[in-house]
Ligand binder design. Structure first.
Ligand code: NAD
Ligand code: UFG
Length: 349
């Protein structure tokens, strides 16, 4: 019998790509999402892209903090594991509204973990972030680096990691994998699903994409005086389809394991790319000129962050396949086919 996976936040950017790969890998998938930062259209498109596997996807519009609704779902369906993406992720907003972040991300996760335990489902893959490395003293970042957080969003990731480690210490039946994502970009090569942030994008590539389709006049480059190859910040960009595959690898490890555990893995490519290099690659892929405005450094930004990929390669047998050329090609394919994302011009800012 196909294994059934609950995916929280499965209508979102990384979630929708992962749900598709899960369906293609013959898992049965239930998505829970409150559509706070997503559109149900993403679910329809994933169903279509999955072809004959599309029938194995069900969607539930539920807020994770709604304990009664979540309990009902767990009572009616037996899940073999949960992949937990649901959460708010805008760093700046988290500084302005910390309680919104603690309430949504921490409370949502605690309710989920309690409900899982009550129903005997003790297998979890969690979306953590390279943000827990802060401004690392050296690169590449290995999983053993000291952890820190510089804003409430980052603290929710760090706290949830610690909560998971504490739960495992208290009950070794749990099998948990915490995945620290570096910078997910790109879209499914079909151009049918991709990132569609609400409001003004915080992250580099969604912003670049909106400049390319004429929704914004220019990209503001936050700092060109870093000690990097061209003065701009360096990050480890990873194709979202590679990232999605990382979750399948994590689930395989969990299902193959004969005992519990709580392990953490970086999901990155191990390569650092500057803002200007990324813009150049996108201009090449799209044929569009991206006007730039040089500005001050963004508070809280690190200079250079990229991943050590060794642990994931060795233990998950997973390695990113795509480079920045493919990331930009697929990002542009999605953007040019869906200049307004899943929405209509009058419903977006
Ligand atoms: P996203 O906003 O596209 O997806 C998150 C989804 O969770 C959305 O569909 C949203 O509607 C849903 N959601 C939020 N709160 C919810 C709640 N209380 N109940 C039910 N659904 C809820 O974001 P994403 O980029 O796909 O990120 C997924 C996860 O990965 C997040 O936890 C994020 O913090 C983490 N992450 C993202 C990045 C990145 O750069 N995109 C990097 C590192 C980690
Ligand atoms: N940048 C600009 N202009 C913009 C946006 C970004 O110059 O309009 C620069 C940043 O200064 C940085 C680089 O582009 O040098 C990447 O910035 P992003 O905002 O795309 O990504 P970050 O590395 O700052 O952070 C992202 C998520 C975090 C997550 C982290 C690691 O926002 O939540 O990746 O996964 F923790």
């Amino acid at each position: 019998m196909a294994r059934r996976i609950l995916v929280t936040g499965g209508a979102g950017y990384i979630g929708s790509h992962t749900v598709l790969q899960l369906l293609l890998a013959e898992f049965t998938v239930s998505v829970v999402d409150n559509l706070d930062n997503a559109s149900e259209a993403a679910i329809d498109r994933v169903t279509e892209l999955a072809g004959k596997h599309g029938k194995n996807l069900t969607f539930h519009k539920i807020d994770l903090r709604d304990r009664d609704e979540l309990k009902k779902l767990f009572a009616s369906t037996k899940f073999d594991a949960v992949v937990h993406f649901a959460g708010l992720k805008a760093v700046g907003e988290s500084v302005q509204k910390p309680m919104l972040y603690y309430n949504n991300n921490i409370t949502g996760t605690v309710v989920l973990l309690e409900t899982m335990a009550e129903h005997g489902c003790k297998k979890l893959v969690f979306s953590s972030s390279a943000t827990v490395y802060g401004w690392p003293k050296e690169v590449p970042c290995t999983e053993e680096f000291p952890l820190c957080a510089t804003n409430p969003y980052g603290r929710t990731k760090l706290f949830i990691e610690e909560i998971c480690r504490d739960i495992y210490k208290s009950d070794s039946d749990w099998n948990m994998i915490l995945l620290r994502y570096f910078n997910p970009v790109g879209a499914h090569p079909s151009g049918k699903i991709g990132e569609d942030p609400c409001g003004i994008p915080n992250n580099l590539m969604p912003f670049v994409q909106q400049v390319a389709v004429g929704r914004r006049p220019a990209l503001t480059v936050f700092g060109n005086d870093y000690k990097t190859k061209d003065g701009t910040g360096v990050r480890d960009y990873i194709h979202v389809v590679d990232l999605a595959e990382g979750h399948i690898a994590a689930l395989k490890k969990i299902f193959e394991g004969s005992s519990g555990g709580c392990e953490v893995y970086n999901l990155g490519t191990g390569k650092g790319t500057s803002v200007l290099e990324m813009v150049k690659a996108f201009e090449k892929a799209s044929g569009k000129k991206i006007p730039l405005v040089m500005a001050e450094r963004r508070p809280g930004d690190s200079e250079t962050v990229y991943s050590s990929t060794k642990k994931a390669e060795k233990e998950l047998k997973w390695k990113a396949k795509y480079g920045i050329e493919e990331m930009c090609r697929d990002q542009w394919n999605w953007a040019s086919k869906n200049p307004w994302g899943y929405g209509k011009p009058d419903s977006v800012q």
